[in-house]
Design a protein around this ligand. Structure first.
Ligand SMILES: [Zn+2]
Length: 237
Protein backbone atom coordinates (compact mmCIF):
# COMPACT_ATOMS: atom_id res chain seq x y z
CA UNK A 1 0.00 0.00 0.00
CA UNK A 2 1.21 3.47 -0.89
CA UNK A 3 2.39 5.55 2.06
CA UNK A 4 0.09 8.54 2.24
CA UNK A 5 1.72 10.00 5.37
CA UNK A 6 3.86 12.80 3.80
CA UNK A 7 0.99 13.87 1.59
CA UNK A 8 -1.48 13.98 4.51
CA UNK A 9 0.94 15.87 6.72
CA UNK A 10 1.62 18.41 3.99
CA UNK A 11 -2.11 18.83 3.40
CA UNK A 12 -2.75 19.40 7.10
CA UNK A 13 0.14 21.83 7.30
CA UNK A 14 -1.26 23.74 4.34
CA UNK A 15 -4.72 23.94 5.95
CA UNK A 16 -3.17 25.06 9.24
CA UNK A 17 -1.21 27.84 7.50
CA UNK A 18 -4.34 28.86 5.64
CA UNK A 19 -6.29 29.09 8.91
CA UNK A 20 -3.49 31.07 10.49
CA UNK A 21 -3.42 33.45 7.54
CA UNK A 22 -7.12 34.18 7.71
CA UNK A 23 -7.05 34.60 11.46
CA UNK A 24 -4.61 37.49 11.24
CA UNK A 25 -6.92 40.40 10.65
CA UNK A 26 -8.43 43.20 12.68
CA UNK A 27 -11.58 41.50 13.74
CA UNK A 28 -10.99 38.57 16.11
CA UNK A 29 -10.94 39.12 19.82
CA UNK A 30 -7.28 39.97 20.20
CA UNK A 31 -6.47 41.54 23.52
CA UNK A 32 -5.33 44.78 21.97
CA UNK A 33 -4.98 45.18 18.24
CA UNK A 34 -4.56 48.71 16.99
CA UNK A 35 -5.72 48.54 13.41
CA UNK A 36 -7.22 50.87 10.89
CA UNK A 37 -10.13 50.61 8.52
CA UNK A 38 -10.14 52.32 5.14
CA UNK A 39 -13.07 54.39 3.96
CA UNK A 40 -14.75 51.55 2.09
CA UNK A 41 -14.08 48.64 4.38
CA UNK A 42 -16.69 45.97 4.23
CA UNK A 43 -17.52 43.56 6.91
CA UNK A 44 -17.46 40.40 4.86
CA UNK A 45 -18.20 38.44 7.98
CA UNK A 46 -21.17 40.70 8.70
CA UNK A 47 -23.70 37.95 9.31
CA UNK A 48 -21.52 36.14 11.81
CA UNK A 49 -20.72 39.48 13.45
CA UNK A 50 -24.40 40.30 13.63
CA UNK A 51 -25.17 36.93 15.18
CA UNK A 52 -22.42 37.29 17.73
CA UNK A 53 -22.34 41.00 18.56
CA UNK A 54 -25.77 42.14 17.42
CA UNK A 55 -27.68 40.41 20.22
CA UNK A 56 -30.19 42.82 21.84
CA UNK A 57 -28.92 45.66 19.66
CA UNK A 58 -31.00 47.97 17.47
CA UNK A 59 -28.78 49.61 14.87
CA UNK A 60 -29.68 51.70 11.80
CA UNK A 61 -28.55 49.77 8.72
CA UNK A 62 -26.29 52.55 7.39
CA UNK A 63 -24.06 52.48 10.47
CA UNK A 64 -24.34 48.79 11.29
CA UNK A 65 -20.81 47.78 10.29
CA UNK A 66 -19.18 50.54 12.37
CA UNK A 67 -21.22 49.60 15.43
CA UNK A 68 -20.59 45.87 15.03
CA UNK A 69 -16.83 46.37 14.74
CA UNK A 70 -16.81 48.54 17.87
CA UNK A 71 -19.07 46.11 19.75
CA UNK A 72 -16.81 43.18 18.81
CA UNK A 73 -14.17 44.47 21.21
CA UNK A 74 -16.58 44.93 24.12
CA UNK A 75 -17.45 41.35 25.06
CA UNK A 76 -18.94 42.53 28.37
CA UNK A 77 -21.69 44.29 26.39
CA UNK A 78 -22.59 41.22 24.34
CA UNK A 79 -26.03 40.66 25.86
CA UNK A 80 -26.72 44.24 26.93
CA UNK A 81 -29.65 45.97 25.24
CA UNK A 82 -28.40 49.00 23.29
CA UNK A 83 -30.48 51.09 20.91
CA UNK A 84 -28.54 53.21 18.41
CA UNK A 85 -30.80 55.93 17.03
CA UNK A 86 -30.67 59.24 15.17
CA UNK A 87 -31.71 62.28 17.18
CA UNK A 88 -31.24 66.02 17.08
CA UNK A 89 -28.81 66.43 19.95
CA UNK A 90 -26.27 69.09 20.90
CA UNK A 91 -23.22 66.80 20.56
CA UNK A 92 -22.14 64.39 17.83
CA UNK A 93 -23.11 61.34 19.87
CA UNK A 94 -24.28 60.57 23.40
CA UNK A 95 -24.88 57.45 25.49
CA UNK A 96 -27.42 57.18 28.28
CA UNK A 97 -29.35 54.57 30.28
CA UNK A 98 -32.95 54.28 29.08
CA UNK A 99 -35.43 54.37 31.95
CA UNK A 100 -34.94 52.88 35.38
CA UNK A 101 -34.88 49.15 36.02
CA UNK A 102 -34.58 47.68 39.49
CA UNK A 103 -32.45 44.90 38.10
CA UNK A 104 -29.44 46.54 36.49
CA UNK A 105 -28.89 43.49 34.25
CA UNK A 106 -32.19 44.33 32.53
CA UNK A 107 -31.32 47.96 32.03
CA UNK A 108 -31.47 49.33 28.46
CA UNK A 109 -29.20 51.97 26.96
CA UNK A 110 -29.45 54.37 24.06
CA UNK A 111 -26.76 55.86 21.89
CA UNK A 112 -28.06 58.99 20.19
CA UNK A 113 -26.41 60.03 16.96
CA UNK A 114 -26.58 63.55 15.60
CA UNK A 115 -27.50 63.46 11.95
CA UNK A 116 -27.30 67.18 11.26
CA UNK A 117 -24.92 69.85 12.49
CA UNK A 118 -26.57 71.59 15.40
CA UNK A 119 -26.71 75.24 16.30
CA UNK A 120 -23.88 74.58 18.72
CA UNK A 121 -21.58 73.72 15.80
CA UNK A 122 -20.92 70.03 16.45
CA UNK A 123 -19.57 67.67 13.80
CA UNK A 124 -21.97 65.68 11.67
CA UNK A 125 -21.51 61.94 12.15
CA UNK A 126 -21.90 61.15 8.45
CA UNK A 127 -18.93 63.40 7.60
CA UNK A 128 -16.50 61.50 9.83
CA UNK A 129 -13.99 59.06 8.36
CA UNK A 130 -14.54 55.36 8.94
CA UNK A 131 -11.89 55.30 11.67
CA UNK A 132 -13.32 58.38 13.37
CA UNK A 133 -16.81 56.86 13.36
CA UNK A 134 -15.56 53.66 14.98
CA UNK A 135 -13.51 55.67 17.50
CA UNK A 136 -16.49 57.74 18.55
CA UNK A 137 -18.77 54.70 18.88
CA UNK A 138 -16.04 53.00 20.94
CA UNK A 139 -15.96 56.04 23.24
CA UNK A 140 -19.75 55.89 23.74
CA UNK A 141 -19.58 52.14 24.40
CA UNK A 142 -16.99 52.99 27.04
CA UNK A 143 -19.66 55.10 28.77
CA UNK A 144 -22.13 52.22 28.59
CA UNK A 145 -19.58 49.79 29.99
CA UNK A 146 -19.20 52.18 32.94
CA UNK A 147 -22.99 52.49 33.40
CA UNK A 148 -23.40 48.70 33.52
CA UNK A 149 -21.22 48.65 36.64
CA UNK A 150 -23.23 51.36 38.43
CA UNK A 151 -26.35 50.97 40.56
CA UNK A 152 -29.40 53.18 39.91
CA UNK A 153 -28.47 55.41 42.85
CA UNK A 154 -24.90 55.72 41.61
CA UNK A 155 -26.18 56.69 38.15
CA UNK A 156 -28.35 59.45 39.60
CA UNK A 157 -25.33 60.59 41.61
CA UNK A 158 -23.22 60.54 38.44
CA UNK A 159 -25.82 62.76 36.77
CA UNK A 160 -25.23 65.41 39.42
CA UNK A 161 -21.48 64.91 39.42
CA UNK A 162 -21.40 65.42 35.66
CA UNK A 163 -22.18 69.09 36.28
CA UNK A 164 -18.97 69.46 38.30
CA UNK A 165 -16.07 70.01 35.84
CA UNK A 166 -13.63 67.70 37.67
CA UNK A 167 -16.06 64.77 37.62
CA UNK A 168 -17.28 65.54 34.11
CA UNK A 169 -13.66 65.24 32.99
CA UNK A 170 -13.18 62.03 34.98
CA UNK A 171 -16.20 60.38 33.29
CA UNK A 172 -15.03 61.38 29.80
CA UNK A 173 -11.50 60.20 30.53
CA UNK A 174 -12.84 56.81 31.62
CA UNK A 175 -14.74 56.41 28.33
CA UNK A 176 -11.60 57.22 26.32
CA UNK A 177 -9.54 54.81 28.41
CA UNK A 178 -12.09 52.05 27.82
CA UNK A 179 -11.94 52.67 24.04
CA UNK A 180 -8.14 52.50 24.09
CA UNK A 181 -8.19 49.33 26.19
CA UNK A 182 -10.60 47.82 23.66
CA UNK A 183 -8.02 48.47 20.91
CA UNK A 184 -9.52 51.60 19.34
CA UNK A 185 -6.84 54.13 20.26
CA UNK A 186 -6.05 54.99 16.66
CA UNK A 187 -9.71 55.43 15.81
CA UNK A 188 -10.31 57.58 18.88
CA UNK A 189 -7.32 59.76 18.03
CA UNK A 190 -8.58 60.20 14.49
CA UNK A 191 -11.98 61.37 15.71
CA UNK A 192 -10.47 63.91 18.12
CA UNK A 193 -7.93 65.09 15.56
CA UNK A 194 -10.68 65.65 13.00
CA UNK A 195 -12.85 67.46 15.50
CA UNK A 196 -10.14 69.80 16.72
CA UNK A 197 -8.23 70.38 13.49
CA UNK A 198 -10.57 69.88 10.56
CA UNK A 199 -14.24 70.04 11.49
CA UNK A 200 -15.97 73.39 11.50
CA UNK A 201 -17.07 73.18 15.10
CA UNK A 202 -18.22 76.18 17.12
CA UNK A 203 -15.95 77.95 19.61
CA UNK A 204 -18.06 76.88 22.57
CA UNK A 205 -17.97 73.22 21.60
CA UNK A 206 -14.23 73.41 20.98
CA UNK A 207 -13.71 74.91 24.45
CA UNK A 208 -15.78 72.09 25.95
CA UNK A 209 -13.67 69.51 24.11
CA UNK A 210 -10.47 71.11 25.37
CA UNK A 211 -11.72 71.34 28.93
CA UNK A 212 -13.32 67.95 29.50
CA UNK A 213 -11.56 65.54 27.17
CA UNK A 214 -8.06 64.18 26.75
CA UNK A 215 -5.90 66.37 24.53
CA UNK A 216 -4.36 64.91 21.38
CA UNK A 217 -1.01 64.72 23.14
CA UNK A 218 -2.59 62.91 26.12
CA UNK A 219 -4.17 60.42 23.72
CA UNK A 220 -0.85 59.82 21.97
CA UNK A 221 0.83 59.16 25.32
CA UNK A 222 -1.94 56.82 26.46
CA UNK A 223 -1.84 54.91 23.17
CA UNK A 224 1.94 54.51 23.35
CA UNK A 225 1.75 53.31 26.95
CA UNK A 226 -1.16 50.94 26.39
CA UNK A 227 0.06 49.31 23.20
CA UNK A 228 3.78 49.69 23.88
CA UNK A 229 4.36 51.19 20.46
CA UNK A 230 5.67 54.41 19.03
CA UNK A 231 2.66 56.46 17.96
CA UNK A 232 4.37 57.92 14.90
CA UNK A 233 5.22 54.43 13.63
CA UNK A 234 1.67 53.27 13.36
CA UNK A 235 -0.48 56.35 12.90
CA UNK A 236 -0.72 57.69 9.38
CA UNK A 237 -3.61 60.11 8.95
ZN1 LIG B 1 -18.34 60.99 26.27
Amino acid sequence: MKNLFPHTVLKMLFIFLLMLFFKIDCFPQDVISPCSFDQNFSLNVKDSFKNEFGINKTIPVDIEKFCLVALSKYPALKDVTIIFRYRNISTTMSALPKGIRLNRDKRKYVININKRPSKKGTARFSLLSTNAKIGLIAHELGHILYYTNRSNIQLVWDGFRYMIPRHHREIEYLADEAAIAAGFGLQLYEFNNYLLNEAKIGKKYRRKKMEYYYSLQDLQDLIEDSYEISFQDFYTP
